[in-house]
Design a protein around this ligand. Structure first.
Ligand code: NAP
Length: 258
């Protein structure tokens, strides 16, 4: 039997990160999982214990270092989080912005660089990074939130990871849904081809649970190493769709490089 791989998941209290932690915890023979979070209270609420969790802030590499000692794998699931700016007028949507000091440049770029550099110093040999589709369009509406250019900074961090020389898997997800996973056919592409030309006109979205499973499978399947890809799902009831179970075959459709 192989020794379990020690993996740190950052953004462990996030909506996708917490699912990845849970999925890795269920595969005790394959993984020893650690979580990295900034809120003890959230970890206790989500997991009922703080055992196996490290606390800190990705803007402070000194807090990342202890969490990565002895790890072979790192899953990056942190992200700057848009929040409402003030109270909206009745009937209007709230304008979104980022908290002071938590702009995408600080979180999605420098914060990710801190994670990559600290992981490499600790001897991590595979980094899985979850990013977002849409980044080929500088004018994408998400870039306008708080003038944060979030997708641009995410892509700069992706390039940094590729250039770092370690094994990587970059998963650029479509719109994330809180729906059950394991019920849909997953589709992969690259550099927003599916956004520009959605297959059969389907929504370019995917359940968070399916993204979490892609992360787990990327840690397991050699075919996912040094690949960058977009991923969406067919609707659950799409005719002719085949629920994705063979992840080696899915990763075989993906390609290396940016
Ligand atoms: P999420 O729930 O927003 O989680 C983000 C995580 O980052 C949270 O756990 C947050 O901690 C953590 N974080 C933020 N700043 C931090 C800091 N300074 N130090 C430590 N941790 C920090 O994420 P999600 O919605 O599951 O999205 C996962 C990824 O997919 C993100 O990169 C997102 O941009 C991307 N994506 C999203 C969509 C979408 O439709 N929303 C579409 C495609 C891709 P706290 O829990 O303490 O706040």
């Amino acid at each position: 039997m192989n020794t379990p791989v020690q993996v740190l998941v950052t953004g462990a209290t996030g909506r996708t990160g917490s699912l990845v932690v849970q999925k890795l915890q269920q595969r005790k023979e394959q993984f020893i999982v650690r979580g990295f979070a900034r809120s003890r209270q959230k970890v206790e609420q989500l997991f009922g214990t703080t055992e196996g969790f490290y606390f800190g802030d990705i803007r402070d590499p000194a807090t990342l270092a202890p969490a990565l000692v002895g790890c072979q794998g790192l899953v990056i699931l942190t992200s700057a989080i848009p929040q409402p700016k003030g109270i909206p007028q009745p009937g209007q949507r709230p304008e979104l912005t980022f908290a002071t000091g938590e702009m995408p440049e600080a979180i999605d770029y420098q914060g990710q660089i801190n994670q990559i550099d600290t992981a490499l110093s600790a001897g991590v040999n595979h980094i899985v990074l979850v990013g977002s589709m849409g980044g080929t369009d500088e004018n994408h509406p998400l870039n306008r939130i708080g003038n944060g250019n979030i997708l641009i900074w995410k892509r700069k961090a992706e390039q940094y990871l590729i250039d770092s020389g370690t094994d990587y898997t970059i998963i650029r997800a479509g719109g994330l849904q809180d729906q059950p996973g394991g019920k849909r056919e997953l589709l992969v592409g690259k550099n927003d081809t599916m956004l520009k030309n959605p297959p059969n006109g389907i929504p370019t979205s995917i359940p968070r649970e399916d993204v979490a499973e892609v992360v787990v499978q990327a840690l397991l399947e050699p075919n996912a190493r040094n690949k960058t890809f977009d991923v969406i799902s067919q609707p659950e009831d799409a005719s002719g769709a085949v629920i994705t179970k063979d992840f080696a075959a899915l990763f075989a459709q993906t390609t290396p490089g940016f």
